[in-house]
Design a protein around this ligand. Structure first.
Ligand code: ANZ
Ligand code: ZN
Length: 826
């Protein structure tokens, strides 16, 4: 008999046993209810960090719970294996990105195994394998055929450090999401996915995501940013320059009601008309340097507006469509080229940015909307004394025939009027932009495109897929894509005319790979198609998806888009919306000493050390016990110690019992307090796990264990201990297997049925207390179970019937039979 709790010995033993008997293998089975539980796949950096451990402990506890509840569970794991760190390692240390990645995968898989995660490793997917990205290339070609993948020159986010383009979703507060370097705008030709074609559907289908956190849905709605408004045309004033005759500037506004308050126009720096109207300007140099400065600003920052509103006068004017007044045209730093039309009608009285701009450059402020008091009286506004713009709706003033209308009505009437005279129209603007998917990087999936001098852009024939990434490449870290310097890759023949041609040397954004990896898990080895449709239709959708909130408008939007594209291309569909995930759970971060645990902060707890010292069960138990999953978790060494001690207590309880209990009691006395508590605990743990409140579930198990220490161990039934072990097993699976075996359990506790609680044992938390006065029944009152004699007496005296019988007499004695009867003797 083994008395000391030694995680090292038992954890390895059970990991081996699980693996040898393929316990975690999953197969489709129509007769059983499926559950697809997915945790976001990690980037193979080489080691798990505590944030991973937490994420995967949450998933694993739930997966094990589901299995015990009879679900056919799919719980896979894989690797988001392409990406820049591999390439940076190659530049720095001279290791090949493929070797670096494969080596890291091996190390991390070992860590996963040491954690005892119940993954079906037969379904492991690494996105850098040609057998994986082949299908992504095929989808790319089909998207290209349909115009859903296209190439265009435009301003893109460029990171000088990483020497690559970044998607809008990868620019965090003006900095590169990878290296935190400054991102600037640069005009380049890039490949895009036409996600904007899906803006309306992506927005509408958010309503289907009932089990996603509100926060994520709001972020997606705002990111997609649908805005209904009006496009208004302003003719250029061509006086002194006949080449401007007939040209016009279109602006997008959501406040057509303020049209009469326009005192200038603002263009984005990148607006194509800027060159045209400033070509003869004496102000040319100032304009050029201003445009330069603006291009270095972050796009989101430009939109949000917490910076100085600056601009330059172009020297030209345009004509107001209704009043025919001359309106000066400015270039302003807060106008974005890729929103609306890249031009804004400025109404300083009613728009705060325009107000600040007008104050700075001494431009006129014209009030055209007035607030109205509760009694219906208009309040006048003085442009000279206003301290900020009046941005609310109100009643129009100084607006010609539209004066007196309410803003809402004025927006309609003015837009209709503009439509009638051919100077404007209704329009919708989206904040969402097309997804830039090309990267000037080696370690990614090649874009299957060939450039021919005669034929132009030619897709690689599908029969020639995959376009395999060549291995022999030089990594210098400078000068654009390394692939461009590999003649054997670049030089090829045009599939159309046979003449020498060149391959595309950009690779795909790694977020393309993570847009469909969950489909590949359904049939990871299938080689006839991207997925075995039958298997994927059985497993999809993902029933519960667990990952970080930082992906709210990146990955979590992309994977929704990609699934809709697969549906429309006829590649794979499992439902009309093809929404990939029914439920999303975003887990909180891991903090230590008040800061997010990260290498740069130097407050990282090493997973290996943790496992060496305490074992996986403690690591898992602590991560789940210290905070509810959605909340941030503060690391605490005492907390870890506490989790470890608790497991030791459970361990000793079982061995104490084994020594003491002869003969063994198999079933507990259903009238006993232990029995009642056991069933209460089963109920609580079950309900808490269903809500993913693992912390309170574990607390209940701890309380129950403490209660078992309070009773004579030989009176504890075997069944009670077995159930305790089953309840513990999703959180601390190794110790649970070991103790299960010690208790004579057959097979793995992993395969045990989750216990049901005895409804009778938990239902009467309240008891009926018989109240007697001098031995005669006077009342029956509800009382919480287990109250003391004093509490019972107080309750009894609060009954009117009882006090009527006592009157002014003195209580001489109290006889109390707990939970049954109280007799007051007067
Ligand atoms: C005139 C106006 C008057 C505006 C007023 C607002 C208040 P949402 O609701 O987010 O769609 N705008 C239009 N295009 C822009 C661009 N490319 N860059 C920066 N700002 C731009 O915002 C629409 C409003 O944002 C538009 O309505 C426009 O300013 C500005 F009292 O036009 B408004
Ligand atoms: Zn050709």
């Amino acid at each position: 008999m083994e008395f000391a709790y030694d995680p090292k010995r038992i954890e390895e033993k059970w990991q081996k046993a699980w693996a040898e008997q393929s316990v975690f293998k999953s197969r489709p089975d129509k007769a059983r209810k499926k559950f697809y539980l997915l945790e976001m796949l990690p980037y193979p950096s080489g080691h798990l960090h505590m944030g991973h451990v937490r994420n995967y402990a949450i998933g694993d506890a739930f997966a094990r719970y589901l299995v015990m509840n009879g679900f056919n569970v799919l719980h896979p794991m894989g690797w988001d294996a392409f990406g820049m760190p591999a390439e940076n390692a190659a530049i720095k240390h001279g290791v090949h990105p493929a070797d670096w990645t494969m080596d890291n995968i091996k190390k991390m898989r070992e860590q996963f195994e040491r954690l005892g995660c119940s993954y079906d490793w037969d379904r492991e997917v690494a996105t850098c394998e040609p057998s994986y990205y082949k299908w992504e290339q095929l989808v790319f070609l089909r998207m290209y055929e349909r115009g859903l993948a296209y190439r265009k020159e435009s301003f893109v986010n460029w990171c000088d450090n990483c020497e690559t383009v970044l998607a809008n979703e990868q620019v965090i507060g003006g900095a590169c999401w990878r290296c935190s370097g400054t991102v600037r705008q640069r005009s380049m030709t890039q490949w895009y996915f036409r996600i904007t074609d899906y803006a309306e559907e992506l927005l509408k289908d958010i309503d289907l995501l009932e089990r996603w956190p509100e926060r994520v849905k709001t972020m997606q709605r705002e990111w997609i940013g649908k805005s209904e408004g009006t496009i208004v045309e302003f003719e250029l004033d061509s006086e002194g320059d006949d080449s401007l005759k007939g040209l016009k500037i279109e602006i997008f506004t959501t406040r057509a009601d303020t049209l009469f308050g326009v005192t200038f126009l603002s263009l984005a720096s990148e607006h194509p008309l800027v060159d045209v109207i400033t070509k003869n300007s004496p102000n040319k140099d100032a304009i050029a340097s201003f445009r330069d400065e603006v291009l270095r600003m972050d796009r989101m920052k430009r939109l949000q507006g917490d910076y100085e509103k600056k601009g330059v006068f172009t020297g030209r004017y345009c004509i107001h469509p209704l009043t025919r007044e001359k309106i000066p045209i400015y270039i302003a730093n807060f106008v974005l080229m890729d929103y609306g039309t890249g031009a804004v009608m400025a109404v300083p009285a009613h728009d705060q940015r325009d107000f600040e701009f007008a104050k700075r450059y001494n431009l006129p402020i014209k009030v055209v909307v007035l607030p109205v008091c509760k009694d219906g009286e208009k309040v006048s506004l003085d442009p000279n004394s206003m301290e900020s713009a009046y941005v609310e709706y109100g009643v129009l003033t100084d607006s010609g025939e539209f004066s007196g209308l309410w803003s809402e009505d004025a927006i309609q009437s003015i837009t209709a009027h503009l439509e009638k005279i051919g100077k404007g129209r209704r329009a919708v603007s989206w904040r969402l932009k097309d997804w830039c998917v090309s990267r000037q990087r080696y370690w990614g999936a090649p874009i299957p495109i060939i450039y021919c001098d005669d034929c132009g852009i030619v897709p690689v024939p599908e029969s020639e897929l995959p376009v395999v990434l060549p291995r022999n490449v030089e990594f210098t870290g400078t000068g654009g894509s390394p692939l461009a310097k590999v003649p054997s890759f670049v030089n090829t023949k045009c599939p159309r005319c046979g003449k020498p041609a060149k391959r595309e040397t950009d690779t795909l954004d790694t977020f393309v790979e993570s847009s469909w990896y969950f489909l590949r898990y359904c049939s990871p080895k299938y080689d006839k198609w991207m997925v075995d449709a039958e298997e994927a239709r059985y497993w999809m959708p993902i029933d519960k998806y667990i990952g970080g909130i930082e992906h709210a408008v990146g990955h979590l939007l992309y994977f929704r888009f990609y699934m809709k594209v697969l549906r429309d291309l006829g590649i794979f569909k499992f439902s009309d919306s093809n929404e990939p995930a029914v439920e999303l759970m975003t887990q909180g971060m891991v903090y230590k000493d008040g800061a997010k645990m990260s290498k740069s902060k130097g407050n990282v707890v090493s997973v290996d050390e943790m496992l060496d010292k305490y074992g996986a069960d403690t690591a898992r138990l602590f991560s789940l016990f210290a905070a509810p999953p959605e909340k941030d978790l503060e690391w605490s060494d005492e907390g870890v110690e506490g989790a470890y001690r608790f497991l030791g207590r459970v361990w000793r309880l079982v061995y104490n019992w084994k020594r003491a209990s002869k003969p063994t009691l198999t079933q507990g006395d259903t009238a006993s307090e232990v029995y009642r508590l056991l069933n209460k605990t089963i109920k609580k743990v079950t309900e808490d796990i269903e809500r993913m409140h693992f912390n309170t579930a574990i607390a209940a198990i701890m309380e129950f264990t403490n209660a078992l220490y309070q009773v004579d161990v030989s009176t504890i039934a075997e069944d009670t201990l077995r159930k305790l072990i089953i309840l513990l097993s999703p959180f601390a699976p190794h110790i649970a297997e070991e103790l299960w075996q010690e208790l004579g359990g057959k097979g793995f506790v992993y395969h045990e049925k989750w216990p049901l609680y005895d409804k009778d044992a938990v239902k009467d938390e309240e008891v009926m207390l018989i109240v007697q006065v001098n031995g005669r029944l006077r009342d029956k009152i509800k009382a919480p179970r287990g109250i003391s004699s004093d509490e019972a007496r107080r309750l009894a005296l609060s009954s009117e019937k009882v006090s009527a019988h006592i009157g002014k007499s003195e209580i001489k004695n109290v006889i109390y039979v707990p939970d049954r009867l109280i007799n007051l003797v007067v």
